[in-house]
Every structure is written in C-alpha cells, then in structure tokens.
Design a protein. Structure first.
Length: 241
C-alpha cells in the first residue's frame, strides 16, 4: 500500500486523535520558532509541506506568516480548512514532491515536520525535495525539517510500540527494518457495538539518516543553523546562503 493509500484509507481517519491536543502542539511549534528566531521578514510567505490538520500552518500564521499548506490527504486538508477563518492560508491537495511549482511568490520559510520527509519513496526524492526547496527560497530563507531517527533497529517485541489508547481506541505501531526502508503497520483496535474491532494497514517509509539529510542540505547550499535529536526525533534548520 502506498503512503497516500494508507492515509486515505486508514490513518487519516484517526490522525488528529493520535497526534493529540491541537492547541498544545501548535503552541509548542510556535515556541520553537520563536526560540529559533523564525519570524517573517520580506515576503512573509511560508510553505508547510505535509501540513496535515494544520498544527504548523496555524502556528506560522500566529507568527505573522502567509502560508501555503500542502498535503495529499483530503480529509486532513478539510480539517485544516475548518480552522482557517480569515487567516492568510492557501491550501493545496498535492504531493510534497511538487514543492518546486509553489515558487510564486518566493517563500522565506519552508517547513516539513512530523515524519513527513520519510514518506518520500527514495533517497533521491529526499535529495530533490531539499534541492527544490533551496531553489525557490529567497536569499537567507530557511528550511525546517523534522523526522524520526531509525538508525538503531528495535528488536524482538520492542518493535511493537504502544502509541495511544483510551476507552474506545488502542493504537499500536509495528516496525520491520530493511536496508533503506521501514515497513510500518498501524494496528488500531476500536470498540464498536460492544466489541473490539481490529483495523490494520501497512506502508513503507524511507530509512533516511541524520547524516544523509545533513549531507544533502550542505551539498544544496544550506548552512546548518540548528541540529538536534530529542526523543528519537531529529530537527534540522538549514539557511540558504
């Protein structure tokens, strides 16, 4: 199953539930941006790749950016649309691989958060997205990337990861490791009609590494302004020279 099919048929149905409190997540990303001196300067234009239900998108508008939000899942885009009101947000149902066509006006910030970068099909696609982002950013524009660190393989029963649960839902993730890929199975149990129903779907992620992405950023012309790993989540900010 492709990543898009997995979201359209499975994960999109409970994505907002498992990601948790929207306002808390929005405020957390906004605080990170403030701490990293991320603020609008010239065009005020930002692009949110893999915008989902709008956590980063809304946070960026709070900071004064005009945002183009791009995601391939209509359900999540519709959730984002319900939050827009009069905010300066344009939404696009599209693949993040097409970032290069969103060059007018040139953005001063591009973000690709969560684990979205690993949804690309290959190392080559990751490299191209970084190169395309560099090309369309204004001088001194910045690219924020976050992705999970899968460099250390979980083994045996540790590959079963309890993600979230409540009285009606239990979500468990199972990971299988390959040389340059991961097979991820999202196993959801929902309590319906007085019984638990199992719903499962699997898809592949590209097993990128911190060093690989840093290499692509530097080769494309970015200067690394921030590089951190916390709770197996890698966060990198590159600035266009």
């Amino acid at each position: 199953m492709t990543v898009k099919e997995h979201y359209d048929n499975h994960l999109g149905n409970f994505y907002s539930w498992y990601t948790g409190d929207f306002d808390k997540n929005r405020d957390s990303f906004k605080a990170f941006c403030i701490d990293s001196d991320i603020k609008p300067n010239d065009s005020r234009c930002a692009i949110d790749l893999g915008a989902g239900n709008g956590i980063q998108t809304i946070a960026l508008t709070d900071l004064g950016f005009k945002v183009k939000a791009i995601d391939f899942n209509k359900q999540l885009i519709d959730e984002l649309k319900s939050k827009i009101g009069n905010l300066p947000i344009e939404v696009f149902i599209d693949d993040i691989k097409n970032v290069g066509i969103y060059s007018t006006p040139k953005p001063e910030l591009i973000v690709c958060c969560g684990d979205t970068l690993t949804h690309l099909d290959s190392f080559a696609e990751v490299e191209k997205l970084i190169m395309d982002s560099f090309d369309i950013l204004i001088p001194n524009g910045r690219l924020i990337l976050t992705f999970r660190d899968y460099s250390t393989e979980l083994t045996d029963t540790n590959r079963f990861i309890p993600v979230k649960s409540d009285s009606q839902r239990i979500l468990t993730c199972f990971i299988e490791y390959f040389a340059d890929k991961l097979r991820v199975t999202d196993l959801l149990h929902e309590f319906e009609n007085d019984k638990w129903i199992q719903k499962a779907s699997s898809y592949y992620k590209t097993r990128i590494s911190r060093d690989l992405v840093l290499g692509y950023l530097i080769a494309s012309g970015f200067k690394i302004k921030f590089d951190n790993v916390a709770n197996r989540m890698i966060t990198i900010i590159g600035q266009k020279n």
